[in-house]
Design a binder for this molecule. Structure first.
Ligand code: FES
Length: 134
């Protein structure tokens, strides 16, 4: 049943960009699954989002190579600049900020993805330029 639920949640996520409370309730009724179980599945997997996402998704690498190469400094700067914590979306719905595991750019750490596009050798200045572009 979990596999079916995951496929249904994925379909909603692909169509709507996130899984709304309304969608969760509809799935709960249609598949006769307790809402708490659905919520548990949707929040267990990082690929599912239960809040409306920003126009642009920033994913900072939180794996060791990046974290040991000023990754935390980059994360702290983004949180301060966007005025949100990791896992949240800006009030204007322009950016959502997440932490991800290694994105395969360890030799150019620290790195992040912006809407799936990798940005590497990050510095505060580079981040400022990237944010301005968006
Ligand atoms: S550890 Fe960050 S890209 Fe691999």
């Amino acid at each position: 049943m979990d596999k079916i639920l995951i496929n249904v949640l994925k379909e909603v996520q692909d169509n709507d960009g996130y899984i709304s409370e309304k969608a969760m309730k509809n799935i709960s009724v249609k598949y006769n699954v307790p809402l708490a179980k659905l919520y548990g599945v949707a929040t267990f997997y990082a690929m599912f989002k239960i809040e409306k996402q920003g126009e642009h998704i920033i994913e900072i690498c939180g794996s060791p190579s990046c974290m040991l190469n000023n990754g935390q400094k980059i994360e702290d700067f983004l949180e301060k600049e966007l005025k949100i914590e990791v896992g949240k979306t800006t009030k204007n719905k322009k950016f959502s900020l997440y932490k991800t595991s290694c994105i395969g750019c360890c030799d150019e750490a620290p790195a992040m993805l912006m809407d799936g596009k990798p940005y590497t050798n990050l510095t505060i200045e580079k981040i400022k330029k990237i944010l301005k572009k968006y």
